[in-house]
Design a protein around this ligand. Structure first.
Ligand code: NAI
Ligand code: MG
Length: 500
């Protein structure tokens, strides 16, 4: 690992140097308690910035502001076109500050700056533009009625899609800015108001986004941002009686807590949770693309992707070649601090995640798995883990069943499609899957058998604002992105008028 220093963007240096406040009703305020919490640079383990620590009292104020903005504010009277224009303006501002966001993301999350610049920030801007276009296209239907018990009567009936109301949004740390965009985009397009709680590990880019939201001209109270811990601020938001919907991305464990907390007022819930996605290489695959593809499916974002291709199923006859190939790709990966221009894989986000991921690797070793490459923590500063390929795994092992959320893939050979399908769908998750083959019939046949919200064929980790994303089974409820997301931010009102 090299640690060459880099000159930070001036705005970024200033941003992290000051204590960051929270955004409530258009104003930047301290926590009611006056408390702050530290956010760390995972490449060094050092404190990066101090942030106001939101808790129940702050969530109450933010929900109050969001409620007032929803019921009485100018937001309610704005035309869909005006909402769309504000969102487009926000996208332009994000792009103007691309370098700044990329650096903030790298400092707070650890990901390579080159990746934040090329993926996280442009995808966030694009999401707002895509959703801005939808603001003017949220339509209902006219519905011809027959009503058998009022013979001869005539009706004019129609549906209207109305914003669901005040939305609480709780996001994780793996793509901090992009997750904020995925959540805010459909809420703003449909005319909802929001209380957003960023992850405690990575609050900075959402707070900077809050500044641009105000600069773009969104009315006060439409977006409130309350950083803080999950067990306090997050729990208060998900249990709040005046929140109409919670949208959450994170662990399946916390997803279940959120569903329980929502029962108090039966708020609507959407969840985007964990995964243990099968990535399947068939013997007729083009290995020149399948091998680097399988490596990138797991190692992208250091394996900290809910859809990471973490179970690599390879047809027996090509197993050795593919697994050796993925291991050799892993060895080539340049691991280092995200700010270094040649870094391809940065640190994990936190000490907690470092312990969790190395704990899973060690559990795999205890159960009999071997590392073809990797398998250890790297260096003595920061939270680095070697890209790891586990072989000699069995279907029942923890490292094959549970989400590791690090750069660790379990490779598993299979003899025929029936053996593949027995195992591929046999986890509690159903988020994503990959298939590598030259045979289009086989590709679609396997795609139809896989119980997963996204199936990639001869590619992996392809995201687009237009493509819905979400999980089967315990990987979640509902979808994000695409027009499907909008439906989950609206209520349908049926209006029925007698006209004769
Ligand atoms: P987490 O689920 O605890 O955290 C995600 C978000 O939920 C954060 O904003 C956190 O503050 C909040 N939260 C935590 N407890 C809460 C509660 N009781 N009520 C309301 N909000 C709460 O995930 P964590 O601890 O950061 O990571 C643990 C594991 O979760 C990872 O190893 C990974 O397996 C999984 N994960 C999955 C993600 C995904 O994209 N689906 C993202 C992050 C983590
Ligand atoms: Mg947690």
């Amino acid at each position: 690992m090299s640690t060459a220093a880099m000159q930070l963007d001036r705005n970024v240096a200033e941003f992290v140097a000051q204590r960051r406040k929270m955004l409530i009703n258009g104003k930047w305020v301290e926590a009611v308690s006056g408390k702050t919490f530290p956010t760390y640079n995972p490449a060094t383990g050092e404190v990066l910035a101090q942030v106001a620590e939101g808790d129940k009292a702050d969530i109450d104020l933010a929900v109050k502001a969001a409620r007032a903005a929803f019921e009485k504010g100018p937001w309610r009277r704005m035309t869909p076109s005006q909402r769309g224009r504000l969102m487009w303006k926000l996208a332009d501002l994000i792009e103007q500050h691309l370098e700044e966001f990329a650096e903030l993301e790298t400092l707070d999350n650890g990901k390579p700056l080159t990746v934040a610049r090329a993926a996280d920030v442009p995808l966030a801007a694009d999401l707002f533009r895509y959703m801005a276009g939808w603001a003017t296209k949220i339509e209902g239907n006219t519905i011809p009625l027959s009503v058998p018990y009022t013979p001869g009567a005539r009706y004019h009936a129609y549906t209207v899609r109305e914003p669901i109301g005040v939305v609480g949004q709780i996001i994780p740390w793996n793509f901090p800015l992009l997750m904020a965009a995925w959540k805010l985009g459909p809420a703003l397009a449909t005319g909802c108001t929001v209380v957003l709680k960023p992850a405690e590990q990575t609050p900075l880019s959402a707070l900077r986004l809050g500044e641009l939201i105000m600069e773009a001209g969104f009315p006060e109270g439409v977006v409130n941002i309350v950083p803080g811990y999950g067990e306090t601020a997050g729990a208060a938001l998900s249990a709040h009686p005046d929140v109409d919907k919670i949208a959450f991305t994170g662990s399946t464990e916390v997803g279940k807590l959120i569903a329980q907390a929502a029962t108090g007022n039966l708020k609507k819930v959407t969840l985007e949770l964990g995964g243990k996605s099968p990535n399947v290489v068939l013997k007729d695959a083009d290995l020149d693309i399948a091998i680097p593809g399988a490596a990138s499916a797991i190692f992208f974002n250091h394996g900290q992707c809910c859809c990471a291709g973490s179970r690599l199923y390879v047809e027996q006859s090509i197993y050795d070649k593919v697994v050796e190939g993925v291991a050799s790709e892993a060895k080539k990966i340049k691991v280092g601090p995200g700010l270094n221009s040649d870094t391809q894989l940065g640190p994990l986000v936190s000490e907690e995640q470092l312990k969790r991921v190395t704990g899973y690797i060690d559990a795999g070793f205890k159960e009999g798995a071997k590392a073809l490459t990797g398998g250890k923590k790297l260096g003595d500063k920061g939270y680095f883990v070697e890209p790891t390929v586990l072989v000699d795994t069995k279907h029942t092992m923890t490292c094959v069943q549970e989400e590791i959320f690090g750069p660790v893939v379990a490779a598993i050979p299979f003899k025929d499609p029936s053996e593949l399908m027995t195992h591929a769908n046999d986890t509690v998750y159903g988020l994503a899957a990959g298939i590598w083959t030259r045979d289009i019939s086989k590709a679609h046949a396997v795609a139809s058998e896989l119980r997963a919200g996204t199936v990639w064929i001869n590619c992996y980790n392809i995201f687009d604002a237009a493509l819905p994303f979400g999980g089967y089974k315990q990987s979640g409820w509902g979808r994000e992105m695409g027009h499907e997301a909008l439906e989950l931010y609206t209520e349908t009102k049926a209006v029925c008028a007698r006209i004769g």
